[in-house]
Design a protein. Structure first.
Lengths: 183, 183
């Protein structure tokens, strides 16, 4: 009995500490990028995790300067990005992992909007619908020397995201600022 | 203040007194010797330490200040105020009281933990971190936009035409650019 009750306490605390992560994990549009991280076996060059209170802060911070962006952000729950540099020797492995990942998405109820495999590029765009709303957007992009995964969670309108993104010229995906961002 | 050790007739009592710092030094040494030589005593001591640590950790994490300690104190006071049953029933009665007290603490602890809002770490973010998060979001959106542009032609010619549902096609107009979605 005592051991059982102690176990209950510990389980309760563990549950509480992981509650926020579980909340996000329950979102239909959320993709656990940890699964793909394990495939690479190395830290990503770029890792972005903006969610929770940080996302709310960003939303409020942008409200005066860019109300349109703030409106989009207010409906989002998370923005995740991972980018890895790839050795040429591992290119085929990475593409296989990306394909497996894409297939898992499809099996998990994501709509494959577009898959492109040509000219050394492997691109996938996936949308997750909940009811009549899009609740997630995931992009898989593998090209020579680099692999990028993006997952945007929330009540998302890809047209708005695309239009906002057009305003920020990053001069090609391969030239994304290469800060080691970890959050 | 040291407890009247004449009343500390059970292992639980001695362990509680020890953990409260209310056990005389010779008795402490006896208890620790017992724990070294008797795995059951060691297990009981470890269990009590774990329970105490777990409940106290509430102070630092989720529970309001001093609440976990007051719960613990109340449980202890209640336990000490209970009249001792006749000797034949004493052991069973103490176990029951101990179990009930532990169960009550667990229920209270879980009630404190589960429904309560998690501590909002918003205040821990600096202005610079918020600005960096905003830049990260721009980067993510720019990737979405660029992938849309890259795949636009194929989306138009192969993917969207008759293969995706209307809401997705409409939503993608912004991502891939209006010029690429003239279906």
């Amino acid at each position: 009995m005592k051991r059982f009750t102690l176990l209950l306490v510990i389980c309760g605390l563990a549950f509480a500490s992981s509650a926020s992560a579980q909340d996000l994990g329950r979102e239909a549009g959320f993709v656990d990028l940890a699964s793909i991280e394990r495939s690479f076996g190395a830290a990503p060059k770029i890792e972005v995790n903006v969610r929770g209170s940080l996302l709310r802060l960003v939303t409020e911070a942008s409200r005066r300067e860019d109300p349109g962006l703030a409106d989009v952000l207010s409906r989002l729950k998370a923005v995740q990005v991972r980018t890895w540099e790839i050795d040429a020797s591992r290119q085929a492995d990475v593409e296989r992992h990306a394909n497996d990942f894409s297939q898992r998405l499809a099996r998990g109820g994501w709509d494959t909007v577009v898959r492109v495999r040509e000219d050394g590029q492997n691109i996938g765009v996936f949308l997750r619908e909940t009811g009549n709303l899009i609740s997630g957007l995931t992009i898989v992009l593998v090209e020579a020397g680099e692999a990028t995964f993006v997952n945007i969670v929330g009540d998302i309108d890809p047209s708005e995201v695309g239009m906002i993104g057009q305003r920020f010229n990053i001069d090609g995906i391969s030239n994304i600022p290469a800060g080691q961002r970890r959050r | 203040m040291l407890r009247n050790e004449m009343k500390l007739d059970t292992l639980d009592d001695r362990i509680n007194a020890y953990l409260d710092g209310e056990l005389a030094q010779p008795s402490v040494e006896n208890l620790l010797r017992e724990a070294d030589s008797n795995p059951a005593v060691r297990a009981e001591l470890d269990r009590a330490k774990s329970l105490r640590w777990t409940l106290r950790s509430l102070d630092d994490s989720i529970a309001p200040p001093d609440l976990a300690e007051s719960v613990l104190g109340e449980a202890r006071r209640t336990s000490h105020q209970i009249e001792r049953p006749p000797v034949a029933r004493a052991a069973r009665g103490r176990r029951l009281v101990s179990s009930l007290a532990a169960a009550a603490m667990i229920v209270i602890a879980i009630l404190l933990v589960v429904p309560g809002p998690a501590p909002d770490p918003a205040e821990t973010y600096t202005e610079q971190e918020v600005a960096q998060a905003l830049e990260d979001i721009y980067t993510a959106f720019a990737i979405v936009s660029q992938v849309g542009e890259r795949t636009g032609r194929i989306v138009r010619d192969e993917a969207l035409m008759g293969r995706t549902i209307e809401p997705v096609r409409n939503a993608l107009k912004g991502v891939v650019g209006p010029q690429d979605t003239q279906l």
